[in-house]
Design a binder for this molecule. Structure first.
Ligand code: F6P
Length: 367
């Protein structure tokens, strides 16, 4: 006998970059909603695009069975932004898309939509709630940069992938006495590069939060060489930036990157070679970090967040985002993460941990 629920019928969508654990989260939401409360579930295809185009289907138990360990998302994803980008003067509201979403929401007789996504997705969810829709957010991203939750699923799986890659690069760098630069994802926050760099024993770790000085890096690598270390591993987040670039305006930075290559790993490899004469190579790990099956930790976190979202649905607690605080699963107002990014604080203990084992963070008293 199903328990009483305020929510009778809801939509679920995944938007933004995919990650391992999304299907585990979908399963957590759907199994809990269907088995415990008898709710009807409308799967929405490809993020907010599916709401705009009314590309939906009723999800049956067979749709969310056997997906716990599958990578990616059975619903598909997109980066369609119904509210467009924001400009410095005002927010660009694509009223046609928003109207289409509201029309679909009422036509499908939804009591709520559950949105699984990163900063952009949960911000869109909050803006839709201001338009009168009931929304519940569920944080996901390999970047772990969502404000208001201590960790996101996807991060642990990507950390394992990044760490294994760094382990593998050690043997080839040593065989060729090279400096190898590996680029991990994280265009706004350096959590993944920082953790994988420490886990993999990176000699240099560069993150967006700490603009780097190539001379400091060169001195560190030369000091290693003088101590007999014939190779080095440099771990960079895709959003890492030099002090020189940080001082440029947007136009000059874009020009600089057009002239020096869009990938920070290749720029840093070339700068290190110019600075030290050392033989360097670069590897961009890219979408490998977002593929494959979720780690056990991500499965547990995704399932816990999914079932926590069901309790919000059952109690009609809309306008919230489920979140991990310490070891507790709770929820916060969907307004909290809106438009924010959870960056690595420059006094975060992991930065001191890295430095304490001799890692150069690109500036300061590392040498
Ligand atoms: O937001 C997660 C993320 O994987 C970022 O780390 C990365 O920069 C971005 O998505 C890539 O976006 P896309 O999949 O649209 O190329």
């Amino acid at each position: 006998m199903a328990k009483h629920s305020v929510t009778k019928r809801f939509g679920i969508l995944t938007a933004g970059g995919d990650c391992p654990g999304l299907n585990a989260a979908i399963r957590g939401v759907c199994r809990g909603a269907h088995d415990r409360y008898g709710m009807e579930i409308v799967g929405i295809a490809n993020g907010f695009r599916g709401l705009i185009d009314e590309d939906t289907k009723i999800l049956k138990p067979e749709d969310f069975s056997g997906i716990l360990t599958r990578g990616g998302t059975i619903l598909g994803s997109s980066r369609v932004k119904p509210f467009g980008g924001t400009t410095s003067e005002k927010e660009v509201v694509d009223s046609d898309k928003v109207s289409a979403i509201k029309e679909t929401y009422s036509k499908l007789n939804l009591d709520c939509i559950v949105v699984l996504g990163g900063n952009g997705t949960n911000t869109t969810g909050y803006k839709l709630s201001r338009e009168g829709l009931n929304v519940i957010g569920l944080p996901k991203t390999i970047d772990n940069d969502i404000f208001g939750t201590d960790k996101t699923f996807g991060f642990d799986s990507a950390l394992a992938i990044g760490t294994e890659a760094i382990d593998r690069l050690h043997s080839t760098a040593q065989s060729h006495s090279r400096v190898i630069v590996i680029e991990l994802m994280g265009h706004k926050a350096g959590w993944l590069a920082l953790h994988a760099g420490v886990a993999g024993g990176g000699d240099v770790i560069l993150i967006p939060e700490i603009p780097y000085d190539i001379r400091t890096i060169g001195q560190h690598l030369e000091k290693r060489a003088k101590s007999g270390k014939t190779f080095s591993i440099v771990v960079v987040a895709e959003g890492a930036i030099s002090i020189k670039e940080a001082e440029m305006d947007k136009k000059d930075r874009k020009k600089f990157r057009m002239e020096n290559g869009p990938s920070v790993a290749y720029r840093v490899a070339s700068e290190i070679n110019a600075e030290t004469g050392m033989e360097t190579r670069a590897t961009v790990l890219g979408y490998v970090q977002r593929g494959g099956i979720p780690s056990a930790t991500d499965r547990v976190l995704a399932t816990s967040l999914g079932t926590a979202a069901v309790e919000l649905l059952a109690n009609g607690k809309y306008g919230r985002m489920v979140a991990l605080t310490g070891s507790d699963i709770g929820s916060i107002d969907l307004r909290v993460p809106e438009g924010k990014v959870k960056n690595v604080p420059t006094d975060h203990y992991m930065i001191d941990t890295a430095r304490a084992v001799g890692t150069c963070m690109g500036i300061g008293a590392d040498v």
